[in-house]
Design a binder for this molecule. Structure first.
Ligand SMILES: C[S@@+](CC[C@H](N)C(=O)[O-])C[C@H]1O[C@@H](n2cnc3c(N)ncnc32)[C@H](O)[C@@H]1O
Length: 211
């Protein structure tokens, strides 16, 4: 419950079966809403591939995508940091103590689902720029790009996908591309989630395909 409260402070859950069911619906709804618009793009990526998820929280997407896209032979990485408080902004600045994950619970969810091929990188020990790229796919949902503007992380993201990888992020519905993004190949995909806001998905790259 503590780990859920840290990443989803708007949900007033208690440890009972009703809250568990609501959390299950919430998480499944989010996963399907991302899967639908991304399915063709992610299915087309050649396997085995190298994947990095930024800010996975409790790992809902990496579990869902692993099962849906068959990532068992892929080299999967997750970048997360343990946090004590939640400091969400919308498209806001970058700051050092923004992490609100619980790595032990992330590991527990991965283990429970039999996902054994994920290397977790602790943000307290490794800087984003030092992760072992390049990655064929880098993605983050409701993390950088949404709470903390992608602009502040753009150099690292470009370094991690190189010329041939792609990056995907949830962005707010009123997202406006910043000047450096406009010079690169990108598109915005609509995301339909009946129980929540209408965020979009930003799909960036491959950079080698030109603007
Ligand atoms: C709203 S949660 C999203 C969790 C998960 N992606 C999901 O959609 O369920 C935001 C996540 O971003 C992580 N985060 C915070 N600051 C970050 C940063 N600077 N870089 C990467 N992730 C960060 C938090 O630790 C947290 O796990």
């Amino acid at each position: 419950m503590r780990a859920i409260r840290l990443i989803s402070p708007h949900l007033d859950f208690i440890p009972n079966e009703t809250s568990r069911g609501l959390w299950e619906s919430d998480q499944n709804g989010a996963c399907w809403a991302e899967y639908e618009p991304l399915s063709d793009t992610l299915s087309a990526l050649a396997k085995p591939m190298r994947v990095l998820e930024i800010g996975p929280g409790l790992g809902r997407s990496i579990v869902f995508f692993s099962k849906k896209f068959g990532w068992e032979d892929c080299d999967l990485h997750a970048y997360e940091g343990d946090g004590e408080t939640t400091k969400y902004t919308l498209n806001g600045p970058r700051f050092e103590d923004s992490f609100c994950g619980t790595i032990s619970e992330l590991r527990r969810v991965l283990d429970y689902n039999g996902i054994t091929n994920v290397t977790i990188h602790d943000a307290k020990l490794a800087a984003l720029k030092d992760l072992p790229g390049p990655f064929d796919l880098l993605y983050g949902f409701y993390t950088i790009g949404f709470h903390w503007s992608l602009e502040h992380f753009f150099d690292e993201v470009l370094g991690l996908i190189g010329k041939t990888g792609i990056a995907v992020f949830t962005v707010p519905s009123n997202f406006q591309p910043f000047p450096r993004l406009r010079q690169l190949p990108y598109r915005l995909a609509e995301k339909v989630r009946i129980d929540a806001g209408s965020e979009k998905l930003l799909i960036l790259g491959p950079v080698a395909s030109g603007a």
